[in-house]
Design a protein around this ligand. Structure first.
Ligand code: SF4
Ligand code: SF4
Length: 267
């Protein structure tokens, strides 16, 4: 069984494409039912957080506080959000005797299992994406039950919406600006966390500060972000790509641009 490390997966995992077939069974009749929802590291993407906090009818700040753990990546100190297991049982806060209590809103990683997805680093990473089987010893579903293709699995777990919403975030994460000479400041990293994960707070930042006086955002988009979390997340990614890496994904209003030029000239 290949090691479940980045290197192990890239070097030794048998690569699967959309048509590769595998057998897998998972249902309440399995002797290992719910075992996989204990002591597990589940990374949450911004869309996972959006989906869970909406499903639980919670404010994003409250959700993050109650159910997550934020670590920092070793190299760039970028915030990384994980689902927090309960203490001392180490069980997922959402697992119940009858299964996952947030099934309709469960994270990408829970939907994908027993599949993993990897993209070798370098140009055309997305085009070189492949899938692989995550074979946990405790899981007795491997090789049992009916046959699925990777494509059928992805469809049955309704992963298309997740993949569509996650694509701009993955693009932001692989932006060459992360490798620039200057690391991002603490203030920029805090802004990154708030905009992507604490969406309800980001909405207040957009609506209640001078944000809309400074940037050109059309009326239809303003109406959408007032209530729609997906639209708000798209704006967050445009804003971060602009503010962290100076890409023209947002446009300053003329009045704001000229005061910025004046400020620059007086420096
Ligand atoms: S979110 Fe649901 S499926 Fe995922 S670990 Fe928790 S209980 Fe299990
Ligand atoms: S351990 Fe495997 S078969 Fe058992 S409940 Fe979890 S995913 Fe299903």
């Amino acid at each position: 069984m290949p090691e479940l490390t980045e290197q192990g997966i890239l070097e030794s995992s048998p690569r699967m494409d959309m048509d590769t077939r595998f057998n897998f069974r998972c249902d309440p009749g399995m002797p290992c039912f719910n075992c996989c929802c204990h002591d597990v590291s589940i990374l949450l993407s911004p869309y996972d957080v959006l989906s869970l906090k909406r499903g639980l009818h919670m404010h994003s700040s409250e959700f993050l506080e109650k159910y997550t753990l934020t670590l920092r990546s070793r190299d760039k100190h970028v915030p990384v959000v994980l689902l927090r297991m309960e203490e001392p049982s180490q069980k997922c806060p959402f697992v119940t005797e009858s299964g996952c209590s947030v099934y309709r809103h469960r994270p990408w990683a829970c939907r994908m299992y027993p599949l993993g997805m990897a993209e070798p680093k370098g140009p055309n990473a997305a085009a070189n994406r492949f899938y692989f089987l995550v074979e946990e010893k405790l899981c007795q579903g491997h090789g049992a039950g009916r046959e699925h293709s990777v494509r059928e699995w992805i469809e049955s777990q309704q992963l298309e919406a997740f993949d569509q919403m996650q694509a701009p975030f993955l693009e932001l994460m692989s932006h060459p600006g992360w490798d620039g000479p200057e690391p991002l400041s603490q203030q920029q990293l805090d802004m990154y966390f708030m905009s992507l994960y604490d969406l309800d707070r980001f909405r207040r930042f957009v609506m209640d500060t001078r944000f809309l006086d400074l940037f050109e955002v059309d009326e239809t988009r303003i109406e959408a972000i007032a209530t729609d979390d997906e639209d708000l997340l798209e704006l967050a990614i445009d804003w971060l790509t602009f503010s962290l890496f100076h890409e023209k994904r947002m446009k300053l209003k003329k009045s704001a641009a000229s005061s910025e030029r004046m400020a620059e000239a007086s420096r």
